[in-house]
Each structure stands twice: as structure tokens, then as C-alpha cells.
Design a protein around this ligand. Structure first.
Ligand code: VGL
Ligand code: ZN
Length: 210
């Protein structure tokens, strides 16, 4: 077995002050840095995803003439309309400055097609196109993933569910995740869904000591 740490969307726009700020989103950065240290000591690989939208992305409420946080349809799929966020080459799309990025071996960008949203680091929401992540992990012989980041109820959840369906033994570092929680229970429900699908929920200290 060979493990990689997958850091999901640890970007300015998902942290306090950002365009799609998640409560305590920045609290995940210190957890990520500790997880990175543990991986280094065990010779494990560290990779990251980055939400990376063109300015005309149709998941943005203003581009679809709808209200932020309301529900609609995009490409035949249910869609939450988001504020403009993680626009390519902007500060909001950058990884958080306190994240220890020097040991991240590869970064996989997603959400570049303006016509469909892409929560998972592996596939777009319609499972029509793939990022390079799965092929890359398999080329490195990675069998196990530890996943954490932002946001629990969107990009973490869909990345974990896809990781499981792609055959990775998958852990979720729960204290390294924070959620959008359009409904207050959404993050808790997302964790339960991930567990029911076969993910192992662990704390950072369990991850460090394993
Ligand atoms: C995300 C909503 C829209 C996420 C990305 O990273 O969880 N959520 N785009
Ligand atoms: Zn997005």
C-alpha cells in the first residue's frame, strides 16, 4: 500500500474574507501543515486540488441571472448558484499563503469548463471529463488516500465519493475539513455519507500516529 495526502481547495476565497468564505475555513491550514509534516516523515506524497474557474463560469449566480445560494439547473444537473469565486489568476484562487506548499508535488485544477461545475478533484459533476488526478495517482502506485480541506459538503464530499468508486482506500481527516452549510447539518450529513460509502473518518492525531 502507498498513501497520498490530497488537500482540497485550500484557497483564499474559501477562507474568512473570501468570496465564498466557509466558517473557520482558515483553521484547516494549520491542520494541513501538520498532516504534511507527518507525510514527509513517512515518505508519503502530497497533492492538492484548486478550484479554477473562468470569469464567465455559469455556476456564478450573476452569470446565470439568479440569486446566490438558490438552486437551479446546469447541464441537466441540480446546481447551487455561487458567488463569483476562485477566478483563474486572482488572489481568491490562490492557495492560502500560510499553507506549506513547498512539499506539494502536483496541483490539479478543476472547474475550468464554464458550462459545468466540478466539485470533485477527479471528475466534473456530470462525470463526463476527468482531471489528470486519477491517472497521476495510479502512475505513482498510490492505493490509499487521506483527504481533507474545503468544503466538507461539496468538494471534499464529492472527491471522497469518487476516490472510493475509483478504488482508493480513503480516509477523511475530519478536523481538517470545514463546510459551507447552506443548511446547518450539511457537513455532518456529508461526513456520514462518506462513511456509509466506505470512507474511514479519522482525526489529525489518528492520521499522524498511524
Ligand atoms: C466548492 C462550491 C463551489 C468547494 C467549490 O471547494 O467545496 N464549493 N466551488
Ligand atoms: Zn467553485
Amino acid at each position: 500500500m502507498k498513501t497520498a495526502l490530497l488537500l482540497i481547495d485550500l484557497q483564499n476565497d474559501f477562507c474568512p474574507g473570501g468570496a465564498l468564505a466557509v466558517a473557520e475555513g482558515d483553521a484547516t491550514i494549520a491542520i494541513a501543515n501538520m498532516a504534511i509534516e507527518a507525510c514527509l516523515s513517512r515518505n508519503e506524497v502530497i497533492v492538492a486540488s484548486q478550484d479554477w474557474h473562468p470569469a464567465n463560469h455559469r455556476s456564478f449566480a450573476e452569470n446565470s441571472r439568479t440569486q446566490i445560494g438558490s438552486l437551479g439547473e446546469l447541464m441537466g444537473l441540480q446546481q447551487v448558484w455561487w458567488p463569483v469565486h476562485c477566478v483563474q489568476e486572482t488572489y481568491g484562487a490562490e492557495l492560502h499563503a500560510q499553507l506549506n506548499q513547498q512539499y506539494i508535488t502536483a496541483i490539479f485544477r478543476k472547474g475550468e469548463n464554464p458550462d459545468i461545475d466540478s466539485y470533485s478533484a477527479f471528475f466534473d459533476n456530470g462525470h463526463k471529463t476527468q482531471t489528470a488526478l486519477d491517472k497521476w495517482l495510479k502512475s505513482q502506485g498510490i492505493t490509499n488516500l487521506a483527504i481533507m480541506g474545503l468544503a466538507t459538503d461539496y468538494c471534499v464530499k464529492y472527491s471522497v465519493l469518487d476516490a472510493l468508486s475509483l478504488g482508493y482506500q480513503t480516509q477523511v481527516i475530519i478536523d481538517g475539513c470545514r463546510g459551507v452549510n447552506l443548511q446547518p447539518q450539511n457537513s455532518q450529513q456529508a461526513l456520514t455519507e462518506m462513511q456509509d460509502a466506505g470512507a474511514q473518518l479519522v482525526t489529525l492525531s489518528q492520521f499522524v500516529l498511524q
